[in-house]
Structures are given as C-alpha cells and as structure tokens.
Design a protein. Sequence first.
Length: 162
Amino acid sequence: MKRIGVAIIAVILLVAPARATAHDGHDHEQEDHASPHEHVHKHDKQGHSGAHDHHDSAHAKTAAELVSELDNLVAKVSEAVATKELSELQGLTEEIMHVASHIPEEADTSKQARIKGTTANIIILAKGIQADADRGDHIKVEAAAKRLQSMMAVLHGQMKQG
C-alpha cells in the first residue's frame, strides 16, 4: 500500500511543478495557439480583442480560404526577400501569424491535429523571419523564407488528405 501511495505522490509532484510555473498573462495549457507563451486570446461580443489587431475577417473564412490567403502572404514575403525589402516583412509576418492561427479551428476535425502542428511551425518561422529581418540578416531571412515555402507545401498536402 505504501508503494502505491508513494507512486501517486511522485506523479503529483511531477505534474504540479509544470502547472505552477505559469505566470501572469500566460496560460501554459492553452490550446488555441501554437506556442505556450502566446498572448491570451479573449474576445468581446463582436469577436475582437484589445490584445491584438484583427487585420481581416479570418473568423468568417473557411480553412481553404485561409490557406489561399496564407499563400498570397507567403508569396509577398518571398518577393520582399528577393528584392531585399526587409522592412516590408514586419507587417507580412504579423498577418501570416494571424491567419495561420485560425486555420486549425476551421479545418476538418480529422485533420486538425496535423494542421495545428504545421501552422504552429509556420508561426514559428514567421517569428524567426521577423527577428532576422529586424537584425538585417538577409541570409537567415532568405533561408527561413524557403523553409516557410516548404511548410506551406506540407500544409497543402494535409489539407488534401482525406
């Protein structure tokens, strides 16, 4: 009986510290966003929050429409990288992160887990592009933009899977 009690306590101690490390403004078990440290996404009655700016009507679009919009944004990123217009990347990557965050919730339930992982990677790449562009590191931006295009190909494959 003591062994069972000790095992239960050990499990509780392993789980409890992970929950206890969440700090103000962060929900470490939030399922709506790719990163556990992303902002809390609370909406008012009109579907908007003061935490960030909604650039479009992403909430009213289908997953396919959102992916198409994401394709256009990624193409613009590629164009900005090719012309070395790194200053344009800040707004584009913000839009990419916003649109990508809404795709899993609009996807078929059978595809949501995989699509959520892929869009999380797209968001991470967009953040990296932002950071590298802010530092003026064109080589890293160019490499990340290529990885972003590859991740879009993965997303298209997942959207087509039945």
